[in-house]
Each structure stands twice: as structure tokens, then as C-alpha cells.
Write a protein that binds this ligand. Structure first.
Ligand SMILES: NC(=O)c1ccc[n+]([C@@H]2O[C@H](COP(=O)([O-])OP(=O)(O)OC[C@H]3O[C@@H](n4cnc5c(N)ncnc54)[C@H](O)[C@@H]3O)[C@@H](O)[C@H]2O)c1
Length: 437
């Protein structure tokens, strides 16, 4: 057999769960047949496949069903097929026959995503698995000519970044949509603040701080009988090839705001960090701080940490020559003051509405035809900024954008992923030993 490539890593697989329960589909909430024919044949009903049926996948499914009257979910995939069936049933209890997936349309195993993509009637897929798989799933979804909603982060290494850039170009060329789960880009408290920053309310932007400092993250204990690969995918947060560490998995939201405010990626990252409290087999660090230096010499500083019993902080603060803009995460709103602290503007936040808005805009851009939204490259850049900061911290070396995009060979994805099977041996990156790659 020839050497497996990044794209055929799913060669063999088995579902984690056994065949199971059958839920009868609930009776008619919407008459899809008449809704479809009322559009004179134009594609107005969007059939969705959900790939990755965890917390956010089920949340995103609920968001699109709530935001869009003209969508239904017709297929599911998750490594754990029983979990996917449970999510199907929970969504059906809420949304009735808009969940139109019998057990034959629920796929387990590592190749379940491809079975959803092979279904001709699936128009759009929501990609919400562990993020390490995202570039492979995006690439396959675009090749299958599906519209895509891809959760963040969209890549955890340079190989994934290049795959995303190629998928972005291919989607543009063929007229399929890609919207990403960077919901702050659709939250008025962020959009309106950045509009005012652009209009000069705080004068010239001179720098920025961005923080994702929380008390911690889940750790899932290995279950009896799990192979190394099953365990790592189950406890994916703690393995860098699957999560990218906290800076990619969570803080990419803040780093995306830095990208947005500064109008693109930086030239260099200088970083530091610590690790002292993680479980022995976790590859994650406890904290990371990155100074992102932009072409004009301006610095945007990021701080991220998981420290128990400490202060939480998630603010993005933009410093200007005439004022300061504070863009607060979740639903905490934004505020702009002058340099004396007098409030010039403020706005409440509503993250729930932003989660729904991204799905509303995605579906609207598909059904109206013309130019569906394709925003993958922007999120690939933000994701690579997070990777760049992480690698600079791990290595204790400055990382440049030029190095990350043109020279780096960083490719974390194992060449073959099988279930059950072996997984990369976990290791903690140590500055001075680990080098940029
Ligand atoms: N936009 C946001 O604010 C936001 C919030 C939470 C999570 N997320 C993102 O959503 C994604 C999922 O996070 P989550 O919290 O739902 O995690 P989760 O662990 O709850 O769910 C992930 C699911 O994916 C499945 N899975 C993993 N690898 C798979 C594969 N190769 N094929 C099929 N199924 C696979 C797992 O079995 C699990 O059910 C992550 O990328 C995360 O960063 C985004």
C-alpha cells in the first residue's frame, strides 16, 4: 500500500456505539413540500447535515433551525453514533419534522462525515467536531459542493491553513458558501464599536489588549477499553493535534478581534507561557501571552490562561490617540470613552442573537443566489495567528507571519486515523528544546 496522505486518513474505522434506538419523526410543524413548490423550483429549502454532535454542534443546529424557517436537518454524523441519535431525538422533540433523519441517515465512525457528504440531498453541512479535523472536513465538503458552516478554529497548523485557503478559493469559484463560527463578527456590540473606531472616535489606533482568562476547561477521563485514538478524540481538548491548545480552541475569538481591528495579520509574534497544573497526559499549557507586532510597529497583546480560583477576564481593549474602546465578550456589551474616561458611546451585547445571525446570513446568502458568503480565509488567518502565538510560546522563539505561511512545515494531523487504533504519543512542548517547524 502507498503511504497514506492527509486526505485519506480515514481509511478504516468503526463506530464507537452499537446500532440503537429508533425515534419516530414528530408530526408536521412546517409543510416543506408546499414551501418548496411555492418557490417555482428555486432552491429555497436547505437540507442540512450536522457533522459533530456535541455541545456546539447541537447548539448550532438549534440556532439555524431557530433563525431560518426554511431549513431542516436530514443527516447526522458523530464518531459516537449513539450520541448523534440522542441529539437527533432532542432536536426532534423541539423542532418536530424539521428533523428528518431516520437511523439510516445517522453515521458513526471516523468516516461518517463522508457518508453525510455523499448524500445528494444535503445542501449544507455544519462542521463542529474536534477542530483538528476541520481542514479535512472543509476540504471534503467543498469538493462535494456543499455549503459549509465551519466552527472555529478552522486550522491548528500551517498545513491546515493552506488547505483552508485552497478551500476558500474553490468555494468562491464554484459559488458555494462558507461561513465560520466567529459570532462576534455578527454581534452589533462588536460591529458598531469597530465601525466607530474606523470612523475615528478614538483617534488613531495605537495598540490593543485581548484576554481569554478563565478558571479552566473540561478533562474527560479515559473509559475502560478505549484505544489510544478513541481516548484522544474523546478527550480532544488536551491533545494539540485535536484542539490546538487554549489559544486556538477558545482564544481564537479574541485573536480574530485583533485581526479585525488591525485589518489583517501581524508580522511577528513574541510569546511566553506556563504549565504547572495540567493532568500528566495533557499537552496543554496553563497560560500563554503573546505580543503581536504589526507592520507599523504597533503591538497587540494577548493573554490567555486557565487558572482555577482566579479572576476571569475576557475583554478586548483598543487604545487610540483620543480614546479607548472596550469590547467585552459574550453578552457583556461595548463602551467607548475619551481619554478622560467620559463615555462617548455604549452598546449592549447579545451573543445568542449573534449565534443565530451567522446562520441567518449564511442561509439567506444561499437562497438568494448570486454570491454566497465565503469568509474562510479571514478565519484561517485568525486561526493561524493563534497557531503562530502558540508556536512562538512553545519554542521560546519569535515567529513571523512570513515563516508561518511560506516556510513552516507544521502538520499535526496523523497520516492515518483509525478507530480503534494508535494515536500520537502525547508530549509537552518545552521552550529551548522545541523549535519552530
Ligand atoms: N463559536 C463558539 O463560541 C463555540 C463554542 C463552543 C465550541 N465551539 C467549537 O465547536 C467545536 C466543537 O466543540 P464542542 O464544545 O461542541 O465539543 P464536544 O466535545 O462537545 O463535541 C464534539 C463532537 O464531535 C465529535 N467528533 C470528534 N471528532 C470527530 C470526527 N472526526 N468525526 C465525527 N465526530 C467527531 C465528538 O464525538 C463530539 O460529539 C470546536 O471546534 C469548538 O472550538 C465554538
Amino acid at each position: 500500500m502507498s503511504e497514506p496522505t492527509r486526505r485519506d486518513f480515514l481509511a478504516t474505522s468503526a463506530a464507537l456505539g452499537a446500532a440503537g434506538i429508533v425515534a419516530p419523526l414528530a408530526a408536521g410543524a412546517l409543510d416543506f413540500a408546499s414551501l418548496q413548490s411555492a418557490t417555482n423550483g428555486a432552491k429555497k429549502i436547505i437540507n442540512i447535515g450536522l457533522i459533530g454532535c456535541g455541545g456546539r454542534g447541537s447548539g448550532a443546529a438549534n440556532d439555524t433551525l431557530t433563525a431560518n424557517k426554511n431549513v431542516r436537518i436530514v443527516a447526522f454524523a458523530d464518531i459516537d453514533v449513539e450520541k448523534a441519535k440522542g441529539i437527533r431525538d432532542a432536536l426532534a422533540a423541539e423542532h418536530g419534522d424539521r428533523i428528518a433523519a431516520s437511523d439510516e441517515r445517522i453515521f458513526g465512525g471516523i468516516d461518517g462525515y463522508q457518508k453525510v457528504l455523499d448524500l445528494k440531498d444535503v445542501d449544507l453541512v455544519i462542521l463542529a467536531t474536534a477542530p483538528g479535523f476541520r481542514p479535512v472536513h472543509i476540504t471534503a465538503a467543498v469538493a462535494a459542493k456543499k455549503h459549509v458552516f465551519a466552527e472555529k478554529p478552522v486550522c491548528l497548523d500551517t498545513a491546515g491553513y493552506h488547505a483552508c485557503c485552497a478551500a476558500h478559493d474553490a468555494a468562491k469559484a464554484q459559488g458555494t458558501a462558507i461561513v465560520t463560527g466567529t459570532q462576534y463578527r455578527r454581534q452589533p456590540s462588536f460591529m458598531d464599536a469597530i465601525k466607530r473606531i474606523r470612523e475615528g472616535m478614538i483617534g488613531e489606533v495605537v495598540g490593543m489588549t485581548a484576554r481569554y482568562c478563565s478558571n479552566g476547561i473540561w478533562y474527560r477521563d479515559r473509559k475502560p477499553g478505549m484505544s489510544d485514538m478513541e481516548y484522544q478524540i474523546y478527550n480532544w481538548m488536551h491533545f494539540i493535534w485535536l484542539s490546538g491548545d487554549q489559544i486556538c480552541e477558545q482564544a481564537v475569538h479574541n485573536i480574530d478581534v485583533v485581526h479585525w481591528v488591525m485589518g489583517g495579520p501581524p508580522v511577528r509574534a513574541f510569546a511566553s507561557g506556563s504549565r504547572w497544573s495540567r493532568p500528566a497526559d495533557s499537552e496543554m499549557w496553563d497560560s500563554m501571552s503573546v505580543d503581536y507586532e504589526f507592520a507599523n510597529g504597533k503591538i497587540c497583546s494577548f493573554t490567555g490562561r486557565h487558572w482555577q480560583n482566579c479572576e476571569n477576564q475576557f475583554d478586548n481593549v483598543v487604545y487610540g490617540s483620543k480614546g479607548i474602546a472596550t469590547l467585552r465578550a459574550f453578552s457583556d456589551g461595548s463602551r467607548i470613552t475619551d481619554l478622560a474616561g467620559n463615555e462617548l458611546w455604549s452598546c449592549k451585547g447579545d451573543i445568542g442573537a449573534a449565534y443565530r445571525q451567522e446562520h441567518a446570513e449564511l442561509v439567506e446568502s444561499i437562497v438568494t443566489g448570486g454570491s454566497p458568503i465565503v469568509e474562510l480565509r479571514q478565519t484561517a488567518e485568525s486561526s493561524l495567528m493563534a497557531v503562530m502565538g502558540r508556536e512562538a510560546a512553545y519554542a521560546g522563539q519569535s515567529a513571523t507571519w512570513e515563516f508561518m505561511t511560506t516556510k513552516s512545515k507544521l502538520d499535526l494531523m496523523p497520516k492515518l486515523v483509525t478507530l480503534p487504533g494508535d494515536a500520537p504519543a502525547p508530549f509537552v512542548r518545552k521552550p529551548g528544546e522545541y523549535r519552530l517547524q
